[in-house]
Design a protein around this ligand. Structure first.
Ligand code: SAM
Length: 341
């Protein structure tokens, strides 16, 4: 008997976990069989597209996001065996000890920072295949997020410790649970899918593909900086390579990666750039009512680049709060749908 692949639950900022059915319904109207998720984030939409039979190309400029989809979307057959999980958990060598040295008592106690160092060293040293390593890194990232109150790295210490079971389990215990969840998401839909870790401008898009755009939502009153929130797990996924560490910050973070989505105009121009670069592609754009540009400005943008567009509104409650606590339950999520020209 085959079981339906389930994507692990996510608290990722802006995750469309609750909107995947709606997005898939909208995509089906185009009658295409290739789906490109340009800003894949948690990977939950890309995985839904794979379940719906598409050949999926996922992309995100964050390495840990691209690693999730390497493990659970591009990978169609490999799982990380229990034996390898136990060898990773028991790996004795902490390697460079970077996590223990840099983050002890900042995000975790020493037993956990040491365990993270041992497992990450094991992932490098035990000769894992590309997909086994992607599953192991995804499991370790998810373990670190689970063991962190609120699943973010913008504050230090163990504030918000509400005694939840998640905070009591060791990193090793979380790792076993999370690898099992990642393994359970692996399946084959008979198509070849890909995961890339690029800036959206570098992405190659096949002509017959549906482009799904879910960029960071800009708002002057809340912060959409993914790197600031998730720097620890991003660093872990890329072994803190190619980042500009800011060693004197309280959270030992690194500099944000440049992205146009940190301003209103930058967002508008970036979307113009994508739409203009791919005139023939059917497009679905997610955006929210409490962000800028406004719905009207976005509609105008589609018209300016010579497209027609339809807007659907979905009431949506984000699983992740923003700073505007009063409005967060009333947010509408827009789905802009535009056929290629
Ligand atoms: C709203 S989230 C996507 C959420 C996703 N659809 C989900 O359901 O989890 C936006 C994503 O855009 C990514 N991003 C931001 N700037 C980017 C850029 N310049 N190129 C590629 N990805 C970028 C962020 O890392 C983030 O994961």
């Amino acid at each position: 008997m085959t079981t339906t692949p389930v994507y692990p639950e996510t608290r990722y900022m802006g995750s469309k976990e609750k909107l995947t059915a709606r997005i898939m319904e909208t995509a089906a109207e185009f009658g295409k069989d290739v789906f490109v998720d340009v800003f894949s984030g948690s990977g939950v939409v890309a995985h839904a597209a794979k379940r719906h039979g598409y050949a999926v190309h996922t992309n995100d400029y964050l390495r840990f996001c691209a690693t999730y989809t390497k493990a659970m979307v591009e990978n169609s057959s490999e799982r990380l065996s229990d034996e390898l999980v136990e060898r990773l958990v028991a790996h004795p060598d902490p390697g460079d000890g970077f996590v223990e040295r840099t983050y002890t008592d900042i995000f975790y106690h020493r037993t956990d920072t040491r365990a993270i160092d041992r497992i990450r060293t094991g992932i490098r040293e035990l000769g894992l295949s590309e997909y086994e390593a992607a599953i192991a890194v995804s499991g370790l990232v998810r373990a670190c997020l689970k063991k962190r109150p609120r699943g973010i790295f913008t504050y230090t210490g163990l504030r918000y410790d509400d005694g939840r079971r998640d905070l009591r389990l060791s990193i090793e215990e979380h790792f076993r649970i999370q690898v099992a969840k990642v393994n359970a998401a692996v399946f084959d839909n008979g198509r070849r899918s890909y995961s890339t870790n690029l800036d959206f401008r570098e992405l190659e898009v096949p002509e017959n593909a549906i482009l799904y755009l879910d960029p960071p939502y800009y708002s002057p009153v809340s912060d959409n900086q993914y790197v600031r929130r998730y720097h620890f797990v991003e660093g872990l996924s890329r072994e803190w390579r190619d980042v500009e560490m800011q060693p004197h910050t309280k959270t030992r973070k690194f500099a944000n990666f440049p992205t146009p989505f940190s301003t209103q105009n930058g967002t508008l121009e970036a979307l113009r750039e994508i739409l203009s670069a791919h005139p023939g592609n059917d497009v679905i754009l997610s955006y929210s009512s409490n962000s800028l540009p406004t719905k009207e400005e976005l509609v105008e943008l589609f018209i300016q680049v010579g497209r027609t567009v339809r807007v659907a509104e979905v009431n949506h409650r984000y699983s992740f709060s923003t700073r505007e606590k009063t409005t967060r339950n009333q947010v509408k999520e827009y789905l802009f749908t535009s056929p290629g020209v």
